[in-house]
Ligand binder design. Structure first.
Ligand code: ZN
Length: 219
């Protein structure tokens, strides 16, 4: 019987040693009930999250004019492979550049890249941060989309859970409070928390499965 218990508990590798934390117990309780209860809803719409994340970044930062959303939508898919800073740089680099005088008027150095098109996409607020406007917008939206993907992954499993990673808490009270704790994927939001003081919250989510809870539920 003891052997059976061991096999039951350890027959499949446990992916996380922290599964006995109080937050996990809470997750387990909720997850055990999940199959019998109605389908739970996520805090966001997975079908429109890319568009919603970009809208959120535009609204919160206000650095780009809303009509350039399609150009950010086209660029966001490159961020994962190239990084949002490189994507923003290539956007500013492509096409006819501002003259030296025009760059001076923007307060940017003469050897910085700034295409006429990229300059025309800046809002009034964005003209105060011409070299950062695109990459901060991409960064904020890209991290939101990435968090949404992790939430979606975790929510697809009966014992799925989200833990928060990210070394750059940078004065964010939510990040500090929730760092290294488990979050229910159905209550987790992919959007940066309201209290985050940063242009783009560095919070990252990690999706995992509480395998010990899975085995206990099947014993
Ligand atoms: Zn934050």
């Amino acid at each position: 019987m003891f052997k059976a218990l061991l096999e039951c508990l350890f027959g499949t590798p446990s992916k996380d040693e922290e599964s006995s934390s109080p937050a996990t117990v809470q997750t387990n309780t909720r997850s055990v009930q999940a199959p019998a209860s109605p389908k739970r809803k996520l805090t966001f719409n997975p079908d429109t999250i890319t568009s919603d994340a970009i809208d959120g970044a535009f609204e919160h930062l206000g650095l780009l004019i809303p009509s350039v959303k399609p150009s950010i939508e086209a660029a966001i898919y490159r961020c994962m492979a190239e990084g949002f800073k490189a994507v923003a740089l290539s956007h500013r680099k492509d096409g006819e550049q501002l003259s030296k005088e025009e760059k001076k008027a923007f307060g940017i150095r003469s050897n910085a890249f700034m295409s006429k098109r990229a300059a025309s996409e800046l809002s009034e607020k964005g003209t105060l941060k011409p070299l950062e406007a695109h990459y901060l917008t991409l960064w904020r939206a890209d991290f939101t989309i990435d968090r949404a993907k992790r939430i979606l992954t975790a929510s697809g499993h009966e014992f799925g859970r989200i833990s928060q990673l990210g070394a750059h808490r940078d004065g964010c009270a939510f990040c500090t409070e929730n760092y290294d704790s488990y979050i229910d994927p159905f209550t987790a939001s992919p959007f940066p928390p309201a209290e985050c003081p940063n242009a783009a919250c560095g919070m990252m989510y990690h999706a995992s499965v509480d395998w010990v809870a899975v085995h206990k539920s099947r014993c």
